[in-house]
Design a protein around this ligand. Structure first.
Ligand SMILES: [Ca+2]
Length: 413
């Protein structure tokens, strides 16, 4: 584990947009003790011959494309605080843009539709910067059942997870709301927001630690609250939902130890889970779980911020450190992204994520099959955007939202 952390730190601080390990001449410039330098050689050459050579995960490239050949082209603008981008998987080709004040807009045939898909501003509280309509997920059978789910803060600030209904190819009915879950929020910030259906068809819900600073109530490490967690519920059974039999604690909690997991996603090909967890004051982190990892993982907050002691320094039970971290020299608030699975072959398997404050966008690649899993991450783009979210369309092309009002798409120049 220590070796992985060292390697990750080396690679995340390298700025060269290439996957190949940094040349040895770069090692002394890194802020690491000299004794740690031997961790830098390529894992392919360092692994004993008896072990299989590392291979990039299925369907993936082995190197990052040259970012100079790509741009983030504007596909929509004039939006009001866009914070999420989703597709319905219904074959319509529509993109759905979540506006933080409480509206979902439709982007169809390259144009923003004037009439909102959903308008629930009457019940959404967005008076704090981190409050509002924060997340959207379409049911995997949306085309058949018309159900979609949202994560918002209601008047007074408590979190609501609710289901709405939209008839086929029509806008949603704001009166169709069925509230599944309400969670009391002690402070206005750190509400989480992400929603996604997993490859197991359960709904995953990201909730922050409840806010203030430093997690004053210890919510991240407490199993007595839903705050600071990834929840997992079965919306197809029970009333209004059921707890999956293999949830680790017999309730909604699936993973814990998170501070503000604003955005997370599943790789549709490998089914791996990627989470961006926003840091306190110094370190932003990307967490990763291979497909099929059982519930009960502790991501460490508030014992750790990124890979660094935050409180007691004691390693908590079930702890899993981040796959990557970056310091506040590179930004201030991580926005988790997606693994690219669109039509550009040279991007296959690259996980793209960004920072809200700096507008930087990183690429990440994992290798598997050696004694240790290894991973690299490097800054690919300086977008200048207030990166609030990433999203993918029905064919896997990648978009990002800038809170200032625009939606951008990754494209060849
Ligand atoms: Ca953590």
């Amino acid at each position: 584990m220590r070796r992985l952390a060292i390697l990750t730190l080396i690679l995340t601080t390298a700025c060269a947009p290439a996957l190949t390990p940094a040349p040895a001449t770069h090692v002394p410039t890194l802020p690491l003790p000299a004794t740690l330098a031997p961790a830098a050689p390529s894992p392919a050459t360092a692994a004993p011959e008896t072990e299989p050579a590392p291979t990039v995960q299925p369907g993936g490239v082995t190197d990052f494309p040259n970012p100079d050949s790509y741009q983030w082209e504007t596909v929509a603008d004039g939006l009001e605080r866009p914070v999420d981008i989703q597709n319905a998987g219904d074959g319509s080709g529509r993109l759905f843009i979540v506006e933080q004040p409480g509206v979902i807009r439709t982007l169809a045939n390259g144009r923003l539709v004037a009439e909102p898909f959903l308008d629930i501003r009457d019940r959404v509280d967005d008076s704090d910067n981190e409050q509002g309509l924060l997340g959207l997920a379409f049911h995997p059978l949306f085309k058949e059942n018309g159900f979609f789910y949202v994560n918002y803060t209601k008047r007074g600030g408590d979190t609501v997870i609710a289901r709405f209904h939209a008839p086929l190819d029509q806008n949603a009915d704001p009166d169709s709301e069925v509230r599944l879950l309400t969670v009391k929020q002690p402070f206005g910030n750190h509400n989480g927001g992400g929603l996604a259906f997993g490859p197991d068809f359960y709904l995953y819900i990201a909730l922050g630690d409840g806010g203030s600073g430093g997690d004053p109530y210890g919510n991240g490490q407490s199993l007595k609250t839903l705050l600071g967690k990834i929840l997992r519920i079965d919306v197809d059974n029970g009333d209004p939902y059921a707890i999956p039999a293999d949830n680790p604690f017999g309730n909604e909690i699936f993973h814990y130890g998170l501070r503000n997991p604003w955005r997370f996603s599943f790789d549709p090909q490998t089914r791996d889970l990627w989470i961006g967890d926003v840091g306190q004051g110094e370190w932003e982190e990307i967490d990763f779980l291979p497909a099929g990892t059982p519930g009960g993982v502790n991501f460490g907050w508030n014992r750790f911020e990124g890979m660094h002691d935050y409180t007691t320094g004691a390693v908590p039970e079930n702890y899993r450190p981040p796959l990557f971290e970056y310091s506040h020299n590179e930004g201030c608030s991580v926005t988790g992204g997606y693994v690219y699975r669109g039509a550009m072959r040279e991007w296959q398997g690259v996980y793209l994520y960004g920072d809200f404050c700096s507008g930087k966008v990183w690429g990440a690649l994992r290798t598997v099959g050696a004694a240790d899993e290894t991973a690299v991450s490097t800054i690919l783009f300086e977008t200048g955007a207030q990166v609030s979210s990433f999203g993918v369309d029905e064919v896997g092309e990648l978009y990002l939202a800038s809170l200032s009002g625009s939606i951008l798409r990754l494209a060849r120049r």
